[in-house]
Structures are given as structure tokens and as C-alpha cells.
Design a protein around this ligand. Structure first.
Ligand code: NAP
Length: 297
């Protein structure tokens, strides 16, 4: 498996297993440790979760797996995130952000307890926070690194301005931005984030690379168009559309790390096959324009 160097202290497997949907997988702890071990055996050694996933349950279930099979934790790079909260306020559930110093320190320590580990390899601020003091957030992240509770820090879903603000306060220590990108989502191309990351040699992690499965439902016109083109290109390579999507993401010079969202071994295999696909340069643009959302000038 190709490892991507995010810093001198941290490299991640180019394909990262995501656990956001873990609750819906309804696995026993044994089934979960078996799946984690399968990922490790295939070289997918980086695992992604977050405090907010299923209201902390995702971290708790992963922690139970690490406790049941104590060999797993030392073989993986563990990533979690903080900053998004949801609670019952006056009888209604309300979601908001908190990237204050105290909250970040508390959240990280709670995540470590749930995950039954002493440290995280990578800790991310989950979303841009409009009520955000980059200096305060940076102070918390630096403190966590100093205490050895996290190896490296980064962000998720940040635009170039917010990334720059926090990275300035961090003295340039942010190692990634975890962003959405797939054949029907181009937000970070249009914001300039992709160019920002490429020129600064910062590798993004890519969430919902298959658009959360929406692409395959074919309910919306732009999904239908994208899928039709993906199947045509897949036919040329003797592969499936999913494999072509992962190959397309990894073709870009930014050096992206796609996150896998399923627990099905056959879908893991389809992702792994992408490592051997050689896309033609024009095929990258065929996919970029397929949904009709992006136009080449
Ligand atoms: N930072 C953030 O804000 C953020 C946001 C969202 C996600 N993430 C991370 O990114 C990871 C991946 O995101 P994701 O789960 O949305 O990834 P994804 O791969 O885009 O979507 C996975 C979903 O697509 C379905 N799917 C895959 N292939 C399919 C096919 N051929 N036909 C129909 N459905 C298909 C899967 O169903 P099956 O379960 O049946 O295989 C699963 O429900 C998450 O686990 C999480 O770690 C981060």
C-alpha cells in the first residue's frame, strides 16, 4: 500500500477507512475487529472517525473493538475530529460549533477515553466555525501536541481563508484539510482550495468520494450523466465505476487520500484496484465535466 507523508511524524495509507456509518452497519464487536483486521491486511491502515459521529457512539464502538483485539491500535493511524456539537436546547435539538480552547482540550481527552487509546495520530477541527478565534484554537491544538495526546493536527471543510487563518496561528503546522470531492461535488475546485493545497504541498483527505452512494441511485439528472460517463470509462479499463472514481481522485497532483465509506469487503477490493488503474489524461477531464456542473473554459 502506498503511504502518503503528511509530515515527518505522520504518514497515512493513501486509502483511508471511514467509520461514520458504523452504527448503521450493526456489527458485533467481533465482526468489527474482523473488518478492521481485513483493512490492515490489505494495507488500509488509517482509520477515520469523529466525536459527533452517532453522537460519540462511533468512537465508543471503535474503542470496544480496540479493547477486544489489542493488536489493532498499534497497527493503525487513528484520526478523529472535534468542533461540532448537537444538544437538546429548550426541547429542540440544535447543532452548533465550538472551537474554544477549553472545549477542544476536553473533547480530545473524552475521545481518547472512548477510543481507549493514549493518543491520536491526527486530530481535525471538523468544520469551519463562524465564531472562531484562530489564535485560541491554535493554542489548544499546540497544547495537545505538546502533551503528546495528538501527533499531528489539521482541519476539515475549511475554505482557503479559514485554513490560512488557522495555519498562520499554528505557525504552518496544519497537515491536511479533509474535504468533500466526487464526480458531482466541486466546491473546493471552485473555492481555490485545491490550488491552495497543491501549491503548499498539503495532501487533502477526501470524504464521500462516491457521493455517499447517491451517484449510483441515478435519481438526479447530473448523477445519471456522471454515472453514464464513469461506466463508459470503466468499460475501457475493464473495471467498475467505483474503481474509476478512486483512480480519478488519486490522479490529481494534489495527492489526495480518499476515505472509504463502506464495510463491505467487495467495495474495499474495488477501491484497492484503483491503485493499478492508469487513467488517460483526457479521461480525468471527461469525468470532471461529465455531470455538467463543471465547464472547461
Ligand atoms: N469531514 C467530514 O465532514 C466528513 C463528512 C462525511 C464523511 N466523512 C468521512 O468520510 C468517510 C466516507 O464517507 P461516505 O461514507 O459518505 O463515503 P462514500 O463512499 O461516498 O459513501 C458510502 C456509501 O455509498 C454506498 N455505496 C457505495 N458503492 C455503492 C454502489 N455501487 N451502489 C450503491 N451504493 C453504494 C455505501 O453503501 P454500502 O454501505 O451498502 O456499501 C455507503 O452507504 C466517512 O466514513 C467519514 O469517515 C467525513
Amino acid at each position: 500500500m502506498k503511504m502518503v507523508k503528511l509530515s515527518d511524524r505522520l504518514s497515512l495509507s493513501v486509502l483511508v477507512q471511514g467509520f461514520w456509518r458504523l452504527k448503521s452497519w450493526e456489527m458485533t464487536t467481533k465482526e468489527l475487529t474482523d473488518y478492521m483486521n481485513l483493512c490492515i491486511e490489505k494495507g488500509v491502515t488509517s482509520f477515520d472517525t469523529a466525536e459527533i459521529y452517532s453522537d460519540t457512539l462511533c468512537e465508543k464502538l471503535m474503542g470496544e473493538a480496540f479493547e477486544q483485539d489489542k493488536t489493532i491500535r498499534n497497527k493503525i493511524q487513528l484520526i478523529s475530529k472535534t468542533g461540532i456539537f448537537a444538544e437538546e436546547i429548550n426541547g429542540r435539538r440544535f447543532g452548533y460549533y465550538n472551537t474554544s480552547y477549553d472545549r477542544i482540550l476536553q473533547s480530545c481527552k473524552e475521545s481518547l477515553q472512548r477510543l481507549k487509546t493514549d493518543y491520536l495520530d491526527l486530530y481535525l477541527i471538523h468544520r469551519e466555525d463562524p465564531c472562531f478565534d484562530p489564535w485560541e484554537t491554535a493554542r489548544a491544538l499546540k497544547e495537545l501536541k505538546k502533551e503528546g495526546l495528538v501527533k499531528e493536527v489539521g482541519v476539515s471543510n475549511f475554505d482557503p481563508f479559514k485554513f490560512d487563518a488557522l495555519n498562520k496561528a499554528m505557525g504552518g503546522e496544519l497537515v491536511t484539510n479533509q474535504i468533500e470531492w466526487n464526480p458531482i461535488c466541486f466546491e473546493h475546485f471552485n473555492s481555490g482550495m485545491m490550488d491552495y493545497l497543491t501549491v503548499n504541498k498539503i495532501h487533502p483527505m477526501i470524504w464521500s468520494p462516491l457521493a455517499g452512494g447517491k451517484l449510483f441511485k441515478g435519481e438526479e439528472e447530473h448523477c445519471k450523466k456522471a454515472l453514464e460517463k464513469l461506466k463508459e470509462i470503466a468499460g475501457r479499463h475493464g473495471e467498475e465505476a467505483e474503481t474509476i472514481i478512486y483512480a480519478w481522485l488519486m490522479y490529481h497532483p494534489v495527492g489526495a487520500l480518499p476515505l472509504l465509506g463502506s464495510n463491505k469487503p467487495k467495495r474495499l477490493e474495488l477501491a484497492l484496484k484503483a491503485l493499478d488503474v492508469k487513467l488517460k489524461h483526457y479521461e480525468w477531464y471527461e469525468i470532471y465535466t461529465a455531470s455538467g456542473q463543471q465547464v472547461l473554459r
